[in-house]
Design a protein around this ligand. Sequence first.
Ligand SMILES: C[S@@+](CC[C@H](N)C(=O)[O-])C[C@H]1O[C@@H](n2cnc3c(N)ncnc32)[C@H](O)[C@@H]1O
Length: 256
Amino acid sequence: MTTVTEHYENHLAPVYLWMAGGFDAAVARGESEIDAVCPQPSNGCTAVDLGAGFGMHAVPLARRGYSVTAVDSSPTLLEVLQEHIGTLPIRTVKDDLLAFQKHLDAEARLILCMGDTLTHLPEQASVERLFSLVAESLHRDGTFITTFRDYTSPLAGTERFIPVRSDDQRILTCFLEYFPDYVAAHDVLQERMGSAWQLRVGAYRKLRLSPAWVAAALEDRGFTVRIEPGLAGMVRVVAGKRSFPEQRGTDPKSGT
Ligand SMILES: C[S@@+](CC[C@H](N)C(=O)[O-])C[C@H]1O[C@@H](n2cnc3c(N)ncnc32)[C@H](O)[C@@H]1O
């Protein structure tokens, strides 16, 4: 099995934008999620997007006045984000998300780790380490928001084959194989090459994090925690250092 970074660079990153339905559609979903969890516009406060990818949340945050540091280990996805930044206050950083502190020059008001990025960390101890760094780096009124998939209850049989996206040129299916501490995510990509279909398969590990464990780990670090439905079946955990941001309604079923 490859590392997460290798899997993204060799397998997922080249098709990630297609998988997400294109830049504009993905950013529109990011906008709706940002509106739901932090609707107040910012006046230049610092936000950090950990595992920002092509900027599905970084772009909406910057449009709402945040000065965003977008950290990701994938140069391919950061390049896509860079192409869309224009005059938006977004700084892209290619680094491991556990090293984000060295790229901060002020306390952050908002730190995000969205779209199942948390489960990409190598072990639960890394998640705890990340939460400690987040607690250290946030302003006293700051908020940490993470969304991830709950893989604690194993799917069985054919349920483990998950159609991700398809069109007449590509088909992406994910097969989940369960182990005690992690799930092996096998991304099965079929691509049309002229009249033939080419098959490429790659796999990487994702942690099986329970929402209750994530909440407790954040509470241990002084956060007040709220758990709610996120986009496309993900769990959203909103952790306030002191209080929660104002919340608007959201449709958890929309988007990916
Ligand atoms: C599932 S994608 C989510 C992207 C984005 N947050 C979203 O919601 O669309 C996970 C992202 O995290 C990045 N990533 C995974 N592990 C990382 C790590 N240890 N350090 C930095 N980036 C990482 C991947 O390159 C990828 O862009």
